[in-house]
Structures are given as C-alpha cells and as structure tokens.
Write a protein that binds this ligand. Sequence first.
Ligand code: FAD
Ligand code: DLZ
Ligand code: SF4
Length: 507
Amino acid sequence: MKTLIPILGDQLSHQISSLSGQDKGQAILLMVEVAEETAYVPHHKAKLSYILSAMRHHARDLESQGWQVDYVCLEDPQNCGNFTGEVVRAIEKHRPHKIRITEAGEWRVKAMLDSWGDRFEIPVEITADTRFIASHTEFEIWAADRKQLRMEFFYREMRRKTGLLMNKDKPEGGQWNYDTENRKPAKRDHQIPKPLHFPPDVLTQDVIDMVTTRFGNHIGYTVNFGFAVTRADALRQQTHFLDVALPHFGDYQDAMLTDEPFLWHSILSPYINSGLLDPLELCRNVEARYREGLVPLNAAEGFIRQVIGWREYVRGIYWFAGPDYVNRNALGASRPLPDFYWTGKTDMHCMAQSIGQTLDYAYAHHIQRLMITGNFALLAGINPVEVHQWYLAVYADAYEWVELPNTLGMSQFADGGMLASKPYASSGAYINRMSDYCRSCRYDVKQRTGPDACPFNALYWDFVARNAPMLSANPRMAMPYKNWGRMTDADQAALRSDAAKFLETLG
Ligand code: FAD
Ligand code: DLZ
Ligand code: SF4
C-alpha cells in the first residue's frame, strides 16, 4: 500500500505522528515550498529563510534515514503554488493508495486538509499532532464548565499530567508559581549571555539569496541570519541555553536593556514551533538541571510554565475559540497600524529598539512584544487585525495558532477577556522600571503632559478613560479607575488632549 505523506513546514520532526508506524519502502514523503504560504502575510525575510532552509535540511535528513522524499522547491517551474495543487501533481506522479498527514496548525490549512477527503478518490487520514501535551479534547473538557479560562489553572493540570516539578501530587517547593520572584530589572554590569550564532551553510545561503531576490519587498534583513536550521544545531542552542542563560532566566524574564536583544531568553521558539525541538523533552531537561542543583526553582518553574502553561494554553484557546476569533474587537479599536512598525523610525526609544531588533533578527522577547509594541498598539487603539498581521509577519516563530491568541487575546484584549483577566496596559513608568530605554529617549518618562512628555503616559490615561464602559467594572482595573477619578478635571482634560494630539501625528 503506497502512502503519500505530506509534511508541512512546521512538522519538521522525525517523531511527527504521520510517520509513526509507516513502512519506509511504501511511503512517499511530500514536502513543498508553496507561494501561497510565503505570501499570506509579508513574512520577514529571515523567517522565510529559516523555514525554507530548515525544510530543505529536514528533507535531506529524512532521506539519509531511508525515507523517499519528493521535495518541490519554490523555484521549480512546475510548482503550482499551493498545497492542494501539489498533492494533485504528486498523486498523478506516484499513484499512492492513500494520503496520510498530521493535522494542520491553523484554521486556514485545516479547512484545506478537510476538503481533501471529498476531492480525492483515495482515502485521506489526518492524524493528531502529538507534539502537544494537551489534546484538543482535553482542553475542551477542561474549558467546558468554566466561567473564566485562566492559564494558571490549566497550567496546574499540565504539571500534574507531565509530573514536571511535582512531588507526588504537590508542586515542588510548595508553590505552583514563582512569578513574583521573576521581575528584576537587569543591569549592564551583569554578564549577559549571547545565543549561539550558526553561520549559513551553502544550502542556507542559497535560500537566503533566493528569498532576498524573490521577496525583496518583504520586511526585515538577513545580514544577521544565525538561526539553527537542523535539529542537531537546534539541540546545540538548547544545551547552550540550559548551560548559560537558564540559571537567570527567571530573575530577568521581564527585563529589557538597550542594544541587548536576547538577554537570558532561550531563543528556542522557532525550533520548538517548527518541530526541530520537542517541548516536553526540553522541559524534562530544564527540570533535570534544577534537580541537579544547577538552576534555581524560580528559573526552572518560570521556564516550564512558559512552555507547558502559556504555550499549551494559547493553543487550546486558538482551537477552542474557533475560526472567527480573529474578527474579535472588544474595544472597538480601528486606527491603522503606524508606518513606523515597518521601519522602526520613531523617537520613542523603547519602540525603536524593539522594532529595530525585530527587523534585524526576526526576534523580540516576550516583554518587548507585550509591554512595548503590543502595549503601544493597545493604548493607541490600533485595529487588532492589523496588529495581528504584523506580529504574524515579523517573527521567525510566528504561526497563527500561537501568534493570534497572544496578540489578539493577551496583548490587545480584543477577545474581551477570554484569554487574560485584564488588559496588559501600562504607562511609561513600567517601561522605565523594567528597562534602561528611557535614559536614552528624547521624551521624559516622568512628565505626563507637554511636548516632552513620554507618549505612553497620556495614551495610557486616554486608554483608561475611553474604555471605561468596558473596563471600569473589572476588579483588576479598580486601581487605575480610582486614580483617574482622583484627578482634577483640568488634569484629565490635559491628558486626553495630549493623547489626541499625539494620535493625530500617527496619521
Ligand atoms: P523564552 O522567553 O525563552 O521562553 C521559553 C519558551 O516558552 C518559548 O520559546 C516559547 O516556546 C514559550 N513561550 C513563552 N511565552 C509564550 C507565550 N505567551 N505563548 C506561547 N509560548 C510561549 N510565541 C511564539 O512562539 N510565536 C508567536 O508568534 C508569538 N507571538 C507573540 C505575540 C505577542 C503579541 C506576544 C505578547 C507574545 C508572542 N509569543 C509568541 C510569545 C513569546 O513572546 C515568545 O514565545 C517568546 O518571546 C519566544 O522567545 P524565546 O524562545 O526566547 O522565549
Ligand atoms: C510558514 C510557512 C511558509 C512561509 N512556507 C511554507 C512552505 O513553503 N511550505 C510549507 O509546507 N509550509 C510553509 N510554512 C508553514 C505553514 O504555513 C504551516 O505548516 C501551516 O500554517 C500549517 O500549520
Ligand atoms: Fe518609551 Fe516613554 Fe521611556 Fe521614551 S520615555 S523610552 S517613549 S517609555
């Protein structure tokens, strides 16, 4: 029985469920670089180079292990540019008896796979993506009777299920979550680790050259390209992270420093999301470091929470919320995304830094995405779909299932609180506390109004005031509304007028 097994660009794992139990002599693996996938948003050139090079290396790897791979490059003149058309061509060429594929990671591609059953005369088997800890059904059962979905409670279920950092049925150290210990600002005199840089090999350089020619109009640069594109190199970065950055990952998880794009973060998300690394295996390694006394509990727990807590939770929300989640706009935000998101050209130093490194590396760490670029868009009332398309385009780790709930739910509160209990909105004071950005900024973070005042300040109070009908009853927003209520009418008017003037400059 000949089986055609399409492997998608985010399924680059030897453990992918579609391969499990398959006979290498009877299987044709189909990997295609399709124009449709490269163009649904203007992906960063480094993101495209990463995905396509990792796909090419994975195909080589599969072949070296005895699989027969039909690989279709973007430049192939016969390539019709979409998955379905390429499967049609592969059926004509290989005459398989069935198709077997691991489920897609997003609604758009799922709809396409679901249509294959009716379209093709041979059976189509879609297998579950077993790289996640919670299945769709498990998440649905967990979410079913809850009035509110909250990551913290879901995370505890994942701890129990995996046994990670558990002592029988009790959490290690007596607490589930050590987040309060993980909010230290970083200082320049700390020894700041650097992620490994993997210089492009010939195959990667060919891809970079092709991407630069073909997608010259897409955002971002490739001169700093240093991503791993094989599992072996991704594992090297994993070990490097465990050795040098994990011990302080917790302490400085929310810190930001000028010209330090990576700090103590792992830079592993592109590899986890495309399949080169296994999230559970990674977490077991993190736990082992803790058990060996090499990293403190707040670091190990903090990291494991990001992976088996947040990552699994946002995936659960993505599928649970349905394909219309993308259209939610609870705060009625409608302003277009300012041009400087695509160029980094703004006087706001925190924004210029976060966007600048995004253009350079297709990477920003979580607190930059949430509390700088995301916070600004939230305060300024930018249309959530435009914000979503930006995040989906610019980061090497961005796939809709993980990016959309983070952007639309966590960062823009556009789902009205389905994912998070309150908006992640803050004035310049938070940015000043967690970074050194304000020291090199043309604006003064301490001033609330006037031409030199930090724009985040007036925008924050304008956000609070204009969203009162939606947010003032939220107990977690009680403090801002109390403080707003205490201000004089003149102060309130000055803040709102400054915010309006600033917003006008955005065009
Ligand atoms: P680390 O800080 O080292 O964290 C370790 C790992 O935890 C990450 O590699 C990632 O796998 C996981 N993780 C941490 N936070 C989250 C989270 N909130 N959701 C899912 N996984 C998480 N992450 C993506 O993988 N793809 C995205 O497209 C994406 N878009 C985002 C958009 C916004 C607006 C925000 C606020 C966050 C987004 N995140 C996204 C989550 C997070 O910012 C990135 O996972 C993280 O910055 C990746 O860098 P790292 O590997 O160095 O992470
Ligand atoms: C993101 C992406 C890009 C840019 N290009 C391809 C591609 O050419 N071929 C491919 O198989 N996958 C690509 N991907 C990843 C897919 O978008 C991803 O597999 C789907 O979103 C399904 O989850
Ligand atoms: Fe950002 Fe305001 Fe600080 Fe400037 S002063 S870096 S705009 S928070």
